[in-house]
Write a protein that binds this ligand. Structure first.
Ligand code: PSV
Ligand code: MN
Length: 424
């Protein structure tokens, strides 16, 4: 389904007077509001194809109904989000959860919604029906050359599928590691993984990148072969200029200073992509900004500062994606909340008075440095984010419109209440 555009107009008209009052008040305080609005409009966050259904844990899953039954319906859902917020203009596929059997058709469906294909994700962390060899003891790190070969071939097949869709990134997350001391020879696991990644790297087209995503734990609990940004950076550096690290916010040990990691990866020119989510204990995959909004702002602060220092274009030079799961919320509502949280943090980071911050740092004026950051963080930028959305043709309040139009109810009528989308 698609929302009739007059519905968005009606919604906006009703909210316009209150919005204009709030926007005029805020923009009077911001010297470069129009420029920030353009940056917000340009900034697009990819939606993962596996986040459109209800998530779960190993203890259970409680689907809410109306989940997409096919890749076309997943694209349709992302199209709906994009219609509402004009900031979700890309979809990222996970193979083999979402194999594009007819790429030309899938590309055309996405184009109808104004969507492009973001990074392609390979999956060598699960065994698939009919698969010859098991990944129980790893994939690219495996002690057996045959298992490694199978995993390498899968990654190359994913690149080929991505080429057909117009993607230009292969994103690799490995669950490889070990559960018990002594199980692995760490150096051998690293070398095997490196050699496997080198074979995959050799199959990348000239304009493609490969992202190496790290994760501290789970499903392996004793060691992870790409366990942190140091290991990821080692792989990226050894692979070559087309290889980058990918930061997933949920993949760090408790209290890790993610903003510092981001800053240094950018300094090295090795930050490629980002998976947004929030967490309390580990890889909880919660709604972005729901637990630690100040941390999210601090990360964006480093992203903006670090990208500007390298003259990077914010919206094109890194791959921005949500990687979340929705155990108790409607997936589409959760995604709308996540995108909104990202836009708010980005807008606040754009507000930081960089000259004043730099001067405070050089003068060891810790108090002023904190004041500068918190001045931006405590500014309610929602009217600015809404104004950018309105200008781009989206809804002033996407979540409210989603509810008042009873979109989930419509999807349940169309797809049924007992359907389950593919994914984790
Ligand atoms: C692993 O936890 C991860 O963050 C990787 O990005 C996967 O591709 C994704 O989640 C889905 O399992
Ligand atoms: Mn991830």
């Amino acid at each position: 389904m698609q929302l009739a555009s007059y519905k968005i107009n009606e919604h906006n008209q009703a909210l316009l007077p209150a919005h204009e009052r709030a926007f005029n008040y805020l923009s009077a305080e911001i010297p470069h509001a129009a420029h920030i609005m353009q940056q917000l409009t340009d900034f697009q966050v990819a939606i993962p194809s596996w986040a459109l259904g209800t998530g779960g844990t190993r203890f259970g899953r409680f689907p809410g109904g109306g989940e997409p039954r096919s890749l076309e319906e997943k694209i349709n859902d992302v199209g709906l989000l994009h219609q509402l917020n004009q900031s979700s203009g890309a979809i990222s596929l996970h193979i083999p959860w979402d194999v594009p059997d007819n790429p030309a058709h899938i590309k055309a469906v996405a184009a109808q919604h104004g969507l492009r294909f973001d990074a392609m994700n390979s999956n060598t962390f699960q065994d698939q029906p009919g698969q010859a060899l098991s990944y129980k003891f790893g994939s690219l790190q495996h002690v057996s050359k045959d298992v490694r070969k199978q995993a390498i071939e899968h990654n190359i097949a994913v690149i080929e599928q991505g080429i057909a869709l117009g993607s230009d990134v292969l994103s690799v997350w490995l669950s490889d590691g070990s559960c018990f001391p002594g199980q692995l020879n760490f150096r051998q696991a690293f070398q095997n993984t490196l050699e496997s990644l080198q074979e995959i790297y050799a199959a990348l087209p000239d304009n493609w990148k490969i992202f190496v995503e790290y994760k501290a734990a789970e499903p392996n609990f004793y060691s992870t072969t790409v366990g942190d940004w140091g290991q990821s950076l080692l792989f990226a550096n050894k692979l070559g200029p087309k290889a980058y690290s990918l930061v997933d916010l949920g993949h760090h040990l408790p209290n890790a200073n993610i903003e510092q990691i981001v800053s240094l990866l950018l300094m090295e020119g090795k930050l490629g992509g980002f998976h947004f989510n929030d967490s309390k204990f580990g890889d909880d995959d919660l709604t972005v900004g729901s637990i630690k909004p100040y941390q999210l702002f601090l990360i964006f602060n480093e992203l903006v500062e670090g990208m500007d220092a390298r003259n990077m274009t914010h919206h094109t030079d890194l791959a921005w994606m949500i990687d979340a799961s929705h155990n108790v919320k409607d997936p589409l509502e959760d995604l709308l909340q996540s995108v909104e949280a990202i836009m708010i943090s980005y807008a606040q980071a754009l507000l930081v008075d960089r000259k004043k911050l730099y001067a405070a740092q050089q003068a060891n004026d810790v108090v002023t440095a904190q004041e500068v950051l918190q001045q931006a963080f405590r500014t309610d930028v929602r009217p600015l984010v809404a104004a950018a959305r309105l200008q781009a043709g989206g809804a002033l309040q996407p979540l409210a419109l989603f509810r008042s139009e009873k979109i989930r109810e419509q999807l349940i009528r169309e797809r049924g209440s007992k359907v389950m989308a593919t994914g984790l």
